[in-house]
Ligand binder design. Structure first.
Ligand code: UT7
Length: 329
């Protein structure tokens, strides 16, 4: 018996509070024009003091359940892709399981940074294809603004908070709307290009770590930019080749939302029109693992993405991780 997995429901959630580029002008030496021209970002959503990553997950998950017309007791497994869990332990997914009131099911986190959601889809697909589980909640969620140093203009202007979720469900081997292919990679030798060095077990929290600020996110922006365009374009080609399609067959590309210039560079490599690339970075900034499902949901809810279309997802992030997936929605 063979199975396929299909996207049964999609949902997202952005916190109410908004931080604009003009707000950032008052905090660091930057300007709205610089941020907009170099990144495409105009604003980003930010958690309030009572919200944690697990709360964002629950809001996105409930929206996905509603879209799938399902109840939480039908879910067999919860995965949360995040680098900003509420706590170092236990996993954010366990907190989400309890807050959703889900039954006593498997729940775990995936730490693959901005590629985490694609890692999650890839993993969920394996459980469904083998028949182990029927309905899997895959969430990408981040509370990155709590990992930022608001004195470091290289990073603090880029990131925002939010969550997005897919429900992947088992379908028959003849269903044509399914997750057709998924790919994931890592190049750990470049880990120091984008990391949060202090505050883990290698350099535990200490006065030194606090003084250095090495518990905050640190990034070599230019190198990350170059690697992002290279690996996302390669990942797209890999996914297209795996199902014997070309870019012309794709209705929409939903890339990780890091920087509009990165998206444009990836599009250029395929001669793919920007009009068929979903871009939400102006509204959300970079929400890491949450960015693909948030962008997907926004384009689905406003009518751009429609059922039956062929969609290519691609991501790149700390690790350095990367990945791609193609689904007929
Ligand atoms: O999810 C993956 C994670 N991260 C990313 O994808 C980010 C990838 N990198 C980028 O998006 C870009 O490298 C940045 C947006 C971070 C930076 O853009 P850039 O075009 O690479 O700028 P730059 O670092 O070369 O800086 C250009 C100038 C410099 O001034 P000088 O030396 O030319 O006088 C910087 O000091 O812009 C200055 N600058 C800023 N000015 C205003 C750097 N950051 C800022 C800022 N506001 N926030």
């Amino acid at each position: 018996m063979f199975f396929r997995s299909k996207v049964a429901g999609v949902g997202s959630f952005l916190p109410e509070k908004v931080l604009t580029n003009y707000d950032l002008e008052k905090m660091v030496d930057t300007s709205h024009d610089w941020i907009l021209q170099r990144t495409g970002i105009e604003r980003r959503h930010v958690v309030d003091e009572n919200e944690g990553t697990s709360d964002l997950c629950v809001r996105a998950a409930n929206n996905a359940l509603k879209d799938a017309n399902m109840t939480v007791d039908q879910i067999d497994l919860i995965m949360v892709a995040t680098v900003t869990p509420d706590y170092k332990m236990p996993a954010c997914a366990c907190l989400v399981q309890a807050k959703l009131g889900a039954k006593n099911i498997m729940a775990f986190d995936i730490n693959a940074a901005c590629s985490g959601f694609i890692y999650g889809l890839f993993i969920a697909d394996q459980f469904i294809k083998t028949g182990a589980y029927k309905n899997i909640l895959v969430i990408g969620a981040e509370n990155l603004t709590r990992l930022l140093n608001y004195k470091d203009r290289d990073t603090c202007i880029l990131f925002g908070d939010g969550a997005g979720a897919f429900i992947l469900s088992q379908t028959s081997a003849t269903d044509e709307n399914y997750l057709m292919t998924a790919h994931a990679h890592a190049e750990g030798a470049h880990a120091e290009l984008l990391w949060s060095k202090g505050g883990g077990t290698r350099y535990p929290i200490s006065q030194q770590v606090l003084d250095d600020g090495s518990h905050y996110m640190q990034m070599k922006g230019k190198e990350i930019f170059k690697n992002a365009t290279r690996t996302m374009a390669t990942a797209c080609k890999e996914a297209l080749a795996a199902i014997n399609k070309t870019a012309a067959d794709i209705d929409w590309i939903v890339p990780h939302q890091a920087n509009l210039r990165i998206t444009e560079a990836v599009a250029n490599q395929f001669d793919f029109p920007m009009a068929r690339i979903v871009s939400t970075v102006h509204e959300t900034g970079n929400t890491s693992a949450a960015s693909i499902p948030i962008a997907f949901d926004m384009a689905y809810k406003d009518g751009r993405i429609k059922r039956g279309q062929l969609i290519l997802l691609t991501a790149f992030g700390a690790g350095l991780t990367s990945g791609s997936a193609i689904l007929r929605f």
